[in-house]
Design a protein around this ligand. Sequence first.
Ligand code: NAP
Length: 284
Amino acid sequence: MEQELLGLLGYPLGHTVSPILHRVAGESFGMDIVYLPFEVKGHCLGDALKGLQVLGFTGCNVTIPYKEEILRFVDEKSDVVELLGAANTLSFRGGRVIADNTDWEGFLSAWRDAGLCEIEGKSAVVLGAGGAADAVVYALVESGVKSVMVFNRNRDRALELIEKFKDKYPHIEGNAYSLNNHPKFANLLKSTDILINTIPVGMFPDTDRMPVKIPKKINPNLNFFDLIYNPGETMLMSQLKARGIKVSGGLGMLVHQAAFAFKKWFGLLPDAGKMHEAACKQLE
Ligand code: NAP
């Protein structure tokens, strides 16, 4: 069986479940996948990418903090990468580097798997304005959301995020607020249909922290998605669940973005269920 080489570029990487996700994906097609995480310092990013190409890698994923910077070294960008200015999946074909982004599709598939509401025509609040928030907002606007309100520690970054989508989606209402604008947040949560957290506060090992306090009055039909996948249930998720709100953690998104990346490389969409099982086992 021929070996297919894949990699992950980021810094720092710490613990990652991506190797197991892709190994399991490959096994279901009888492929021997070797997926190697590489911690790369910023000034070596271009060299590292060239190294993977010349060593015969099929492609690689890119993660924090290089999803934007990597674009300096690619030859082709998909439309979504052009719009978001960030890539998480690179394919090496015919000596060229092709950049794509599968985070947004991964988010949408996980949202549906979790049995959360239809997005079309709904109002949404997004916490955070980094690369993951970009992908989430793209998924929302592509799905016909009615409005997107972004709260971020650095309000200017939230404004920039909203600006990215203004030209292509002028009919969607969007606004940006500072994360500590509690009155606005409390007011919106009384009626908003969708709340999504992309802020890493509450991630392992700081599992007793939350990026925001939940206001007293919230829409009882709110749907909440936390991009954090470790722990499987964040404090924000458990507090909202205790108030009868439908919630989902971020593992499904991680699995589906990996499945879509696999499809970019090999043209085959693997069984996300098997990948999910393997990721759960590893995280345990
Ligand atoms: P990023 O580009 O570094 O953005 C981080 C965001 O979180 C920024 O909006 C930042 O605000 C905010 N933030 C960070 N620390 C904060 C703090 N102490 N208080 C308030 N706000 C804070 O990272 P990213 O790529 O968007 O990733 C964000 C999270 O999503 C991470 O937890 C990552 O693991 C997760 N993620 C999950 C998946 C998945 O598949 N489940 C995929 C992608 C990302 P400022 O702009 O003010 O700095």
